[in-house]
Design a binder for this molecule. Structure first.
Ligand code: PAF
Length: 282
């Protein structure tokens, strides 16, 4: 695996592969890699000749009171994992190479980038949209793979690529879960043993709510209220939101008359977990 720290190094290395007629898939990450990320490398390997993973903890997507300072940084072991998984290139830029002191541009996606996670993290999607646009401009990959675990993020990225005519296909890959259903996330390592035991209740509540939505006389607001009670009863400290949305526009819906998605974010102590499940059209 070739490791490049600068934009010019990675662009030079990828240009050679492109000249050789090979296709390139990008897997942007913030490091602290787990099996969920590595499954994205597998998907990228299946659909392209060369895979480039990026590791960069993006300051733009963290709020002032969020965990930018403490976000796990494990670059050396991340690089080992990527290499073992058959990743061909790793791009590990420095902050200054991507963001000069007078950097002043923001990519902001209205609609799908509003509501849901944006309610409590107002800077998050602008930060993600800006860094992902930059990474796609730098790498010019044929495809880029992102996890469905961050469902709203995936929708935001699909939208910006379409709106800005960026010639990269965005591929969503299924969420990888622990054996008890908890969605894999770099933030799971913040959980204490007791909190870790509570955490799978989020996926359980979502799958139960999705099932209830398919009962003939379902009422979404009753299902939502019961699911929130279920989460608080299981030990979650608070529920940021539990929304039933159109799977593509992320607009709120109440009936299973089209492909839908249940999206949720909830706190256990100081850790905020997100998850989502599909709701098939009846
Ligand atoms: O999902 C992530 O890890 C990040 O939000 C991303 C897409 C790498 C942008 O920093």
């Amino acid at each position: 695996m070739i490791i490049c720290k600068t934009k010019s190094e990675i662009q030079g290395a990828l240009a050679k592969r492109r000249q050789a007629g090979e296709t390139i898939a990008a897997v942007p990450t913030m490091g602290a890699l787990h099996e969920g990320h590595l499954s994205l490398i597998d998907v990228a390997n299946e659909i392209s000749d060369q895979v480039v993973a990026t590791i960069f903890v993006n300051p733009l997507q963290f709020g002032a009171n969020e965990d930018f300072g403490t976000y796990p940084r494990t670059v050396e072991s991340d690089l080992e994992l990527l290499k073992a998984r058959g990743c061909n290139f790793a791009f590990t830029p420095d902050r200054n190479d991507l963001f000069p002191a007078d950097f002043s541009t923001k990519i902001s996606v209205a609609g799908v980038g509003e509501d849901h996670c944006a309610l409590s993290r107002p800077q998050f999607f602008d930060g993600v949209a800006t860094i992902v646009t930059k990474l796609l401009m730098i790498l010019s990959p044929d495809v880029a793979v992102f996890g469905e675990k961050d469902y709203q993020q995936l929708a935001v990225i699909k939208r910006l690529v379409r709106d800005l005519d960026i010639a990269t296909e965005i591929v969503g890959a299924p969420t990888v879960r622990e054996s008890d259903g908890l969605a894999m996330s770099s933030r799971n390592q913040y959980l204490s043993v007791e909190e870790r035991n509570v955490a799978p209740a989020l996926y359980k509540a979502l799958t139960a709510a999705a099932e209830k939505l398919h009962s003939a006389d379902h009422n979404w607001s009753e299902i939502r209220d019961a699911s929130i009670e279920q989460l608080l009863g299981a030990g979650f400290s608070s529920v940021d939101y539990l929304h039933f949305v159109d799977a593509f526009s992320l607009a709120h819906i109440e009936k299973v008359d089209r492909p839908g998605r249940l999206l949720a974010a909830a706190w256990i102590g100081k850790t905020r977990l997100i998850d989502n499940v599909p709701v098939e059209a009846a």
